[in-house]
Design a protein around this ligand. Structure first.
Ligand SMILES: NC(=O)c1ccc[n+]([C@@H]2O[C@H](COP(=O)([O-])OP(=O)(O)OC[C@H]3O[C@@H](n4cnc5c(N)ncnc54)[C@H](OP(=O)(O)O)[C@@H]3O)[C@@H](O)[C@H]2O)c1
Length: 315
């Protein structure tokens, strides 16, 4: 049987499972016991790469942000597995990305994660009001202090990504190791038009988010299907247009050929694209996770990649 190997961020010692587990559900659509169960099931399947952010789940009434990090920190403390898990978290987005704010944010994340280091620390959103030298400079200082192992960037525009990489090089800062863009089978252009080429040239590993288009690419949103009970249904259902239906039909065909889930094929397609280290997807139950993990056992043929490429072209 084919099994996708652990993936590596070039130039680093970070070896990660080919599916990065999205953490925005923890404390939002998954309560603490369910979050622990999802994390346990992911680790039992060999998973070691968990993505979160200091702002998750601030949009929930009564929450402040940090709930997801707190749950992950409690899970790691309970399981005693800190050394086995690669934790990615992010600093952003409502406060300036200047030195005092970034330092305060990093310390708060470390406290919630109950750890003295973060493996991959992202600038969540580019802050054009603070010089890149300052933002990347404080991230670099945190690397030298041992508080973060690697710097990463998310949601940068193509010119700003180029500029950030140039600043890091010119200033002698630690090289950003990862980039996190919005990218999936129904949202291709924003990444493929320019960012993919930049990532390739800069040798920066890509970790795409919304890999399932908020659940649309699991195949549970269909024109003739039942209404979906999900906090994400409004975002996901908007993809149900002609192209979305064509993508689902291609996914159905390829999933049948592999005797696996539609979601596993959508994730395997992403994993097969140039520069991708591991797609990020979340699961709010152990059952949902079981539908995602088979992505590690799917190797798409050239013909299958073509079917999926053609159905999703122009998105
Ligand atoms: N850098 C950034 O700016 C940024 C932005 C957004 C997200 N992210 C990261 O990316 C991660 C993934 O994004 P996301 O969680 O919003 O979206 P997603 O991975 O595209 O969709 C995940 C959602 O799909 C549904 N689902 C998953 N498996 C399923 C299955 N087997 N059957 C049916 N439904 C299933 C679940 O939602 P329901 O059950 O509610 O339908 C699940 O929460 C986040 O957790 C976060 O870590 C980063």
């Amino acid at each position: 049987m084919y099994v996708r190997l652990m993936a590596n961020f070039k130039g680093t010692d970070l070896d990660v499972h080919p599916l990065c587990l999205g953490g925005n559900v923890f404390g939002w659509t998954a309560d603490k016991p369910t979050s622990f169960a999802v994390l346990d099931a992911y680790a039992a399947a060999g998973g070691n790469f968990v993505d979160t952010a200091d702002m998750y789940s601030a949009w929930v009434p009564g929450h402040q942000g940090g709930e997801s990090e707190t749950i992950i920190g409690e899970w790691i403390a309970a399981r005693g597995n800190r050394a086995d898990i690669v934790i990615a978290t992010k600093a952003g987005k409502d406060e300036p990305m200047d030195e005092p704010h970034v330092r305060a944010k990093a310390e708060a994340s470390l406290r919630r994660l109950q750890s003295d280091y973060i493996d991959l620390y992202y600038v969540h959103y580019d802050d054009e009001n603070v010089p890149l030298e300052e933002t990347l400079g404080v991230f670099d200082a945190l690397v030298r202090e041992g508080k973060i192992r690697h710097i990463a960037l998310s949601n940068y525009s193509p010119p700003r990504l180029v500029e950030a990489m140039a600043v890091a090089k010119r200033e002698g800062f630690a090289k950003p190791a990862a980039f996190q863009p919005h990218y999936n089978l129904v949202e291709r252009g924003v990444f493929e038009d320019e960012l993919q080429g930049i990532a390739q040239r800069e040798e920066i590993g890509v970790v795409p988010y919304w890999a399932l288009a908020s659940g649309f690419l699991t195949g549970k949103y269909r024109s003739d299907g039942p209404a979906v009970d999900s906090a994400r249904s409004e975002t996901a259902a908007k993809y149900l247009d002609d192209r979305g239906r064509a993508v689902l039909s291609a996914l159905d065909q390829v999933a049948a050929e592999h005797d696996t889930t539609v979601a596993a094929i959508a994730l395997a397609w992403l994993a097969a694209q140039p520069t991708i280290v591991a797609p990020i997807a979340s699961a709010r139950t152990v059952e949902q996770l079981a539908g995602l993990l088979p992505m590690a056992e799917v190797e798409l043929t050239d013909d299958q990649l073509k079917v999926l490429d053609e159905a999703s072209a122009g998105s």
